[in-house]
Structures are given as C-alpha cells and as structure tokens.
Write a protein that binds this ligand. Structure first.
Ligand code: HAM
Length: 426
C-alpha cells in the first residue's frame, strides 16, 4: 500500500469548501478596518531570531519553547514569526513610518508556534492584527476596543463573546508586585502544580492565569496587581472603564488577566468565548509603550491586538451565524469529444472577453453527460453548453437553460449575441 504524505503536525490545509467562509469573514473585517482608516501592511514571515528574543522576552513560553528557528546558509539564526507585533514594530522603525501622520496599521497572515496541537491551537495559524503608534491617551485604547466590538456585531457573535480587561501597570509596578507575589506563593509552593512551581522562579505573573482550580484557590488570598499600579496607569485604566461604561460596552475587569508576551504595560484585554472550550481567547492585545524604544526606535507609545482567525472561524461555524455559500457557476461547458476541448477553451475566452463577470466552468474530464448535468445543477448553473461537433451538432452548440428548462441549438455567433438575454448584469 502506498504511504500517504501528510502535512506537518498542527499545520492544516484550508480547503475550498471552507474558503468561502474565510473570505466572507475577512471581507467583513476588512470593511470595518477601512472604515476606521487603518492601513494594511504586509510583513515577512521570517525575521532575525534576535528581535523576537529581545522583545517577547527570553523567559516566555513563546521564546523558550515555541519558536521555529533555524540557521540560514550563512549561519544566521532566523525564525518563522510566532506573532505579528514585533515584525510590525521592526517595519515601522526601519521604514520611518513613525514620522508619518498615519500610524494605524493592520495585517493578516500565518504565524508559527511549536505548541501542543488541540482544538483551536495549531502550529501554523492565522492572525489578523492591528497596531497603532504614537498615542498615549486612553482614547486609542477605546477606539481599538470599539473596533473589535464592531467586528463581533457585524459577524453576529457579540452575545457569545466576553471582553476581559485589566491594567498591568508599568514594569516597575510589576517588579514590586512580583516580589510580593513570589513571597506569598512560596508559602504554598508544595501545593502548586508542576507548571506553576516552574513559573514561580522564571515568570511568576503567568501563575495568575493558571486554569488549575487548586492554584486559583490559593490565588484568592494573594496580593492583587491592581494594588501596585502607579497613579498614571490607574487613571488611564479608570478613564477607559468610564468611557466603556458610558458607551454601554460590557466588560469584566479580570484582575488575574496577564499576557504571555513580555512587552505589555497598562491596558491589556482579551475577547473570550465559552463556546471555544479551553482555547477560549479569540482576540487579545494591549499597550506596549516601551517596545518601539527597546527595538531601537524613538520613544513611542503603542497598542494593538490580534485575532486568531481559526478560532474565529470555529466560533462562527459553531454558532451558525453565517450561511454557507456554494460556489455558483453561470455557464457550464461540456465537451463530448477530446477534439471539442480546445474549441471549448476558445469559446470560453470569447465569452469572458465580452462578459468578464460571468463564471464559466469547462469540464475537461471525460465524464458522462448525466454526471456533468448533475454537477451543473449542483453548482446552480444557469446554462449548460454542450460542444459535440463530431457527432450530433455539427457547428451548433446545444444550450440548455436550467432556469426554465428550455433548450436551443445556436451557432457560436448567435450564442455570443444572445448571452445578454440569459444574464442581466445587476
Ligand atoms: P497572543 O495572545 O499570543 O497575542 O495571540 C493573539 C491571538 O492569536 C490569541 O488570542 C488566539 O486567538 C490566537 N492564537 C495564538 N496562538 C495560537 C495558536 N497556537 N493556534 C491558534 N490561534 C492562536 C499576540 O500574538 C500579540 N501579538 C497580539 C497583539 C498585537 N498585541 C498587541 N498587538
């Protein structure tokens, strides 16, 4: 038996039957991004490994164990991007975009993380990300939350997602907090799960987001990060919450929300959905006011988020909010003899020259008329054009109109003139 070649674990094909839904969702999201005047930016899939290490943080899961890194032929270490923010920051610095007036960007593309695959978690996944540079005030935090809110409304999933927000203050606030949190958790070290015990010494804040019930119980008495936040960060967050309240945007202030990437400060947020199971974050982001400077750019505040497109598709599919579209064909051409196939290709080009919007499918495979007809009907075709010059039709084309079950014999010239009659362009 032949061995079937398979894709890399955790990397999936997106098949034509799903693509309509992807395109539909992307189109809706892009329309909203355009309406907010965000500009598309396309970034390389590969970046130098160093820039991720420097910016995401050496002791984060992503950098420690999830990056696809390799040496190129010159021995330079490169990495398949695990996320889009770092590449976008690199690009805006390198291309001097921070000095332009318009610094609101979005991107869409695959990211790569060597994680344990499960539903909603893949090794190659798509993110639609947004990054905005240069604005300190909380109005921009509000704008990007409103933007995501509008996404969910447009997709019809707003009642199935929850906005969780938190402020993680400044680096200095977190340094003080970490010190006290570790001192507290050390008393319960023997009761922590393995993962939290490991994190206690390398990245204790991540323990706050542990899903382990026993750890969560211990955390109830732990000091809260909100008590360590400086005055400016506190006011920033309070103003943001006030504006969300005034606009009637529901949110949960999740005091235990932290992020897995180290570059954040102040506002962080996630949109989660119970429908997604354990990988419940469909969108996540926050402020990263020091990253541009840390990466060699001018001091520039920034904020952004990324949507996990596969998770969004899972959500939309499970809620059945967007109806499935089948690819419709306008003209279905059947060739009876091999000799007719070249003619069919020429004919279809002539039709496309005159009516470029028509969808024309030529079946070059040698299937029966019955199968072809069924295929045409399943594709909601309007016309079946049969080319059979050798046997029955001489130089005529047999045209079957599936809308009103009529059929005609036309010379090519006549048919080209009559197409308008069948298809009125809307
Ligand atoms: P992140 O939380 O690592 O943030 O990822 C953002 C979203 O990408 C997640 O909420 C999830 O929906 C999706 N995602 C992450 N990992 C996977 C995976 N293995 N499989 C499927 N989906 C996944 C970032 O990446 C930040 N760069 C977001 C950001 C932009 N912050 C500021 N600007």
């Amino acid at each position: 038996m032949k061995k079937i070649l398979k894709s890399v674990r955790g990397m999936h094909d997106c098949l034509p039957e799903e693509i309509n839904l992807w395109n539909d969702i992307e189109k809706k999201l892009k329309e909203i991004l355009i309406s907010y005047c965000y500009l598309e930016i396309r970034l390389p899939l590969l970046e130098k490994t160093l820039i991720f290490k420097k910016s995401i943080g050496d002791i984060t899961d992503v950098v420690e164990k999830e990056m696809y890194s390799f040496n190129d032929r010159n021995g330079k270490s490169l990495t398949l991007r695990p996320e889009g923010t770092v590449g976008c920051v690199r690009a805006v610095i390198q291309n001097n975009l921070l000095y332009t007036k318009h610094t609101k960007f979005w991107y869409l593309g695959p990211m790569f993380r060597y994680e344990r695959p499960q539903m909603g978690r893949y090794r190659q996944f798509y993110q639609l990300g947004v990054e905005v540079f240069g604005i300190t005030e909380e109005y921009i935090d509000l704008e990007i939350i409103l933007l995501t809110y509008r996404f969910w409304k447009k997709l019809g999933i707003i009642s199935n997602v929850v906005l969780e927000i938190n402020s993680i203050g400044s680096l200095e606030d977190r340094r003080r907090y970490k010190h006290d949190l570790v001192a507290f958790l050390k008393k319960y070290e023997h009761l922590l799960d393995k993962d939290s015990q490991r994190r206690l010494y390398i990245n204790p804040l991540r323990i706050l987001d542990s899903k382990n019930q026993d750890v969560q119980k211990i955390l109830r008495d732990a000091p809260l990060l909100s008590q360590y936040i400086n005055h400016f960060s506190y006011k920033h967050f309070k103003n943001l919450c006030n504006m969300l309240n005034l606009l009637g945007i529901e949110y949960q202030h999740n005091q235990y929300l932290v992020r897995g990437l180290d570059y954040y400060n102040n506002t962080i947020f996630e949109w989660t959905s119970k429908t997604l199971g354990s990988q419940n974050a469909v969108c996540a982001g926050g402020r990263y006011d020091n990253l541009v400077e840390n990466m060699g750019g001018p001091t520039t505040p920034a904020i952004g988020f990324a949507i996990g497109m596969e998770r969004l598709i899972l959500l939309v599919k499970s809620l059945n909010v967007i109806s499935k579209k089948t690819e419709k064909i306008d003209i279905f051409i059947i060739c009876i003899e091999n000799n007719d196939k070249f003619y069919a290709a020429k004919l279809s080009e002539k039709i496309r020259d005159i009516h470029p919007w028509l969808k024309i499918f030529i079946n070059f495979s040698n299937t029966s008329i019955k199968n072809n007809t069924q295929h045409a009907i399943n594709s909601s075709a309007r016309l079946i054009v049969t080319v059979d010059f050798k046997k029955h039709l001489q130089s005529h084309l047999l045209i079957r109109d599936l809308n009103n079950k009529k059929q005609f014999l036309f010379l090519e010239k006549e048919f080209l003139l009559k197409i308008n009659h069948f298809f009125k362009k809307s």
